[in-house]
Design a binder for this molecule. Structure first.
Ligand code: NAD
Ligand code: DAU
Length: 348
């Protein structure tokens, strides 16, 4: 069972698993919140080894039925509330899904895998944000102490602790991985890269928070999916793995690169999209820098990113330009209200 399967990362994980492992039966469980979109997996929905189930991880009775009916052997858990800005507006939604939802899943796995734990795996997907914020140098390693600073990262940190606690206390076979910022096709346009691609297409302002010198380590989503595949099949129970791109960018430099690539692709004058850059009020508690040391999975399994940032970004922009209907669909209705509430009155 793979949870949260219609969001950006999971849709790529599911596609990879459905195609690469025809002998697995893959149950895709998703509540289809604003971030979930069945269009993301249209191309695999007819495959025999793929089954979509609509359901909420907050519903323990439903989870019990699914485990019983489908005889779930392994879980890759990605379902989550994932946007930091939304967590600042509404922390409790993150407590419910990310903490209570995860504990519901752990309880159900514990119940059904009771006497036979060696043959199962609960693989929990987490984030580098649990480690807090770095200064100008250094990296997060697997042993960096947790120091979450937003409601989102606090909820993810809590869920990681619960997964490890169930491993220690009940011997539930579990693995956790912590990944850096993903980007790629199918990304909901609330996060930096897809939001800015959308705004550049529409010639709308590009709202850069604060001084724009915040740093993130970007990884192409298909590379995160391949790391998850590697860890699921070769990772050691009880271990933690960091996943990242060794690819740090200050936000403003990334935005300028995006503008330049899009000007070329849209046939606009050089420098035209950069004119849209608008500095706006900062995110409260904004973490200054994230950077992952991903040497453990490289050394143990030979995993490393397969594309450069320029290649991945170019492919991503092409995907958005080729999928304008998808973009139109996800940016109507509730999105407009979200955008208004997040970005109006944000002038410095
Ligand atoms: P996303 O927001 O794009 O998608 C989340 C999915 O979870 C959606 O399909 C949504 O419908 C589903 N969902 C939400 N609440 C649910 C609930 N209560 N029950 C069932 N389904 C529910 O998320 P994403 O960016 O694909 O992230 C997936 C996971 O990876 C999350 O756990 C996130 O913390 C982690 N992660 C994300 C990134 C990133 O850069 N996006 C990086 C590292 C780790
Ligand atoms: O590091 C992994 C995390 O990356 C994941 O766990 C989260 O689920 C994912 O959302 C992401 O979190 P960030 O907060 O880093 O991503 P976001 O795209 O929201 O922001 C990236 C940077 O860009 C951050 O410094 C804030 C800034 N930003 C973001 C938006 C949406 C802006 O300057 N303007 C914006 O409008």
């Amino acid at each position: 069972m793979i949870t949260g399967s219609e969001g950006i990362i999971v849709s790529h994980v599911i596609r990879l698993f459905v195609i690469k492992y025809p002998n697995y039966t893959i149950i895709n469980l998703d509540a289809l919140t604003y971030a979930g979109n069945l269009e993301n997996l249209k191309d695999v929905e007819q495959q025999k080894n793929y089954h979509f189930v609509k359901g909420n991880i907050l519903d323990a009775i439903f989870l019990d039925q699914i485990f019983q009916q489908q005889q779930i052997t392994d879980v890759i858990h990605l379902a989550a509330e994932s946007h930091v800005d939304r967590s600042i507006l509404s922390p409790l939604d993150f407590v419910y899904t990310n903490i209570i939802g995860t504990v519901n899943l752990l309880n159900t796995a514990k119940k059904y895998w009771g006497g036979n734990k060696g043959q199962h795996l609960f693989y929990h997907i987490s984030t580098d944000e649990v480690f807090g914020s770095l200064g100008d140098t250094g990296f997060f390693t697997e042993t960096t102490a947790y120091d979450p600073r937003s409601p989102y990262s606090a909820s993810k940190a809590s869920s990681d602790h619960f997964v490890r606690a169930y491993h220690e206390t009940y011997h539930l076979p579990a693995i956790v991985s912590n990944c850096s910022n993903n980007y790629g096709p199918n990304h909901f346009p609330e996060k930096l890269i897809p939001l800015f691609i959308h705004n550049i297409i529409e010639k709308k302002p590009l709202p850069v928070y604060g001084d724009g010198l915040y740093t993130r380590d970007w990884l192409y989503v298909k590379d995160h999916a391949s790391a998850i595949d590697t860890i699921f099949h070769h990772g050691k129970v009880g271990e933690t793995y960091n996943i990242g791109g060794f690819n740090e960018w200050k936000n403003i430099d990334l935005v300028k690169l995006l503008c330049a690539l899009m000007d070329q692709k849209l046939g606009r004058t050089k420098g035209e999209s950069e004119q849209l850059i608008t500095y706006v009020k900062d995110r409260p508690g904004h973490d200054r820098r994230y950077a992952i040391d991903a040497s453990k999975i490289k050394e143990q399994f030979g995993w490393e990113p397969s594309v450069t940032f320029e290649e991945g970004l170019s492919e991503t922009i092409d995907w958005y330009l080729d999928n304008t209907e998808w973009l139109k669909h996800v940016t109507t209705g509730a999105y407009q209200q979200y955008y208004e509430s997040m970005y109006s009155n944000r002038d410095i």
